[in-house]
Design a protein around this ligand. Structure first.
Ligand code: BGC
Length: 292
């Protein structure tokens, strides 16, 4: 995992090390969307677009933390995002519970309710390098993704709306493949939303990342329909890990479970609308093991 050893750097802009992202993970084109005939304008913080909740996203606000005294050690974080925050409509009450599973998983359960129709898409932005040494790149890691399709993007990394089959492209990770084997043929590296096969809202294993040298394995389980595979393309040594190592290009990656980027403007994508009286509920587990 990659992170800082003090709070200060977490308050800067990218790279969102280990962050809880909201209200909307990834991008919304031009920071604009409509619900019914009402148009909303969000803060733009990524060129012309809105990224990861805006200027002060959920990664930079103060959450109320409480331990849950249960048989399983858990931490509850809650936050009331006020109507109008970063341009979003509705008072959004959010609770995120982190707990350990008895098979070496970190379970993250997200819940939210609203008092006005709004949009929600929460994720976790942890970076991984399974060598345990961020001086090494993630090129040798083997990635397997249960995704037959992905959402191609324009120059600003906004999905075009198409769901394109991965077959025969460098985006095909249906069988475990070294990330570096085809990364250079993808401009800038991987930063794409994968459309998870057979996603139906139930908790399923969707990704397996293996580091052959150490035998470490990370499994990702989720109820979400998508996952952003981001190969650390904007890491440039500017941020120094808690180990004192500047985090360089492609030395850590993210597997962010999510609804698809820019869904509020893409009617063909699964909806991210949350209405009063309904509850947003999603779950993701990151599970670690070592090959025998
Ligand atoms: C996005 C990248 C972005 C990064 C921020 C990822 O989720 O897909 O485009 O640069 O977060 O660190």
């Amino acid at each position: 995992m990659v992170g800082f050893d003090s709070v200060g750097p977490y308050l800067q802009s990218p790279p969102y090390f280990g962050a809880l992202i909201g209200r909307y993970s990834n991008r919304i084109a031009a920071g604009k969307f409509s619900i019914g005939d009402k148009q909303y304008t969000l803060a733009t913080n990524n060129g012309a677009n809105h990224l990861h909740g805006g200027l002060v996203g959920f990664d930079k606000v103060i959450w109320t933390a409480a331990p849950i005294t249960d048989s399983i050690p858990s931490l509850s974080l809650s936050y009331l995002s006020k109507d109008g925050e970063e341009g979003y409509p509705g008072n959004l009450q959010v609770q995120v519970i982190y707990s350990l599973t008895d098979d070496d998983g970190l379970r993250i359960q997200y819940e939210a309710t609203t008092d006005q129709p709004t949009i929600v898409n929460l994720t976790n932005h942890s970076y991984f390098n399974l060598t345990g040494d961020t001086k090494q790149t993630i090129r040798q890691h083997l990635l397997q993704l249960n995704a037959d399709g992905y959402t191609p993007v324009d120059k600003g990394l906004i999905p075009t709306g198409e769901i394109r089959p991965v077959a025969g492209t460098p985006f095909d990770f249906r069988t475990a493949t070294a990330i570096g084997s085809r990364m250079d043929s993808v401009e800038g590296g991987y930063d794409h939303n994968y459309v998870l096969t057979n996603a139906n809202g139930s908790l399923q294993k969707v990704a397996t990342l293996t580091e052959p040298g150490s035998g470490r394995i990370l499994e990702v389980w989720t109820t979400e329909p998508g996952i952003q595979f981001y190969s650390g393309n904007f890491l440039d040594g500017k941020f120094v890990n808690h180990t004192g190592t500047p985090v360089q290009l492609h030395t850590a990656l993210c597997l962010e479970t999510q609804h698809f980027p820019d869904s509020p403007n893409k009617k063909e994508f699964p909806s991210t609308l949350l209405e009063p009286g309904k509850k947003y509920v999603t779950e993701t587990i990151y599970k670690i093991s070592v090959a025998k």
